[in-house]
Design a protein around this ligand. Structure first.
Ligand SMILES: C[S@@+](CC[C@H](N)C(=O)[O-])C[C@H]1O[C@@H](n2cnc3c(N)ncnc32)[C@H](O)[C@@H]1O
Length: 245
């Protein structure tokens, strides 16, 4: 048996009960070092741990696939949620196993960012650059997101497209420099690492950072007016038939 599950990001507080149960019953727990470290307290002493990094992930996933085919209960842990910037790793797991595998949702750093920044996903778009391959479609999409007056939650690409590069690129595309921006290096901390504007976003951050670019024009509330206003409006309307026509 093999199952992939999101954990964290970065802290046991965000591990779902389902993920914790799978880990507690596992014969093998595998994943990137930093992700396995988060769930280490949940791994039974009897379980085999297979850690990996970017360079040896293919070889280590082959080891996990062999254990799975030998009948071991294997759990592959992913950072946050698999469905946010995790599909390329899922593809590697499935390639190693030779078949599709079950993927359990977790809590994404994007969701924690939304909570920390108090923005709603209805009005916010997630864009990741943390992937292998051509970034151009994702870059273009980010420009459209900001042009459409939505907030953007952005995962940078550690090796070549970090917050300062993203900001410089957006400015070069004609996006206004006064968009409010915050960068969080570790979402389990109480406050943002940095706050400023797009034009001011020129400093370095570590790989574990996520960016919120706010729209200039947040959506107005579309719920009914508060009760006091509603009563006043109703009275005015009743007293003035013209206003009601
Ligand atoms: C390959 S992406 C995977 C994202 C993950 N699937 C998720 O849902 O959060 C890894 C990147 O997510 C961001 N990230 C994950 N956890 C974070 C945290 N606790 N604080 C800040 N950024 C985080 C960092 O940009 C990190 O390099």
């Amino acid at each position: 048996m093999i199952i992939c599950t999101g954990v964290g990001p970065g802290h046991l507080d965000f591990v779902t009960r389902g993920a914790a149960e799978h880990i507690a019953n596992a014969n093998v727990v595998a994943g990137f070092d930093a992700v396995v470290d988060v769930v280490r307290p949940l791994i039974p002493a009897s379980a085999q741990i297979v850690t990996m990094g970017y360079r040896d992930q293919v070889a280590q996933l082959d080891v996990v696939a062999q254990l799975h085919h030998a009948g071991k209960r294997c759990v592959v842990v992913f950072m946050g949620d698999i469905h946010f910037s995790g599909f390329q790793f899922l593809e590697r797991v499935e390639r190693a196993c030779g078949h599709a595998v079950e993927a359990m949702p977790g809590i994404s750093s994007a969701q924690v960012m939304a909570s920390r920044g108090k923005v709603c996903f209805d009005e916010t778009t997630f864009v990741t650059f943390h992937r292998r391959g051509n970034l151009e479609p994702f870059k273009r999409h980010l420009v459209h997101v900001l042009e459409d007056a939505r907030n953007a939650i952005v995962i940078p690409r550690p090796w070549d497209f970090m917050p300062k590069d993203i900001a410089a690129w957006l400015l070069a595309q004609g996006i206004a420099g006064d968009h409010p921006v915050e960068v969080w290096e570790n979402l389990t901390r109480g406050d943002a690492e940095w706050r400023g504007t797009l034009a001011e976003c020129t400093r370095e951050f570590t790989d574990m950072s996520i960016m919120l670019i706010r729209t200039h024009t947040p959506m107005a509330s579309q719920i009914e007016p508060p009760p006091a206003v509603a009563t006043t409006t109703a009275t005015t309307t009743a007293a003035s038939p013209k206003a009601a026509s």
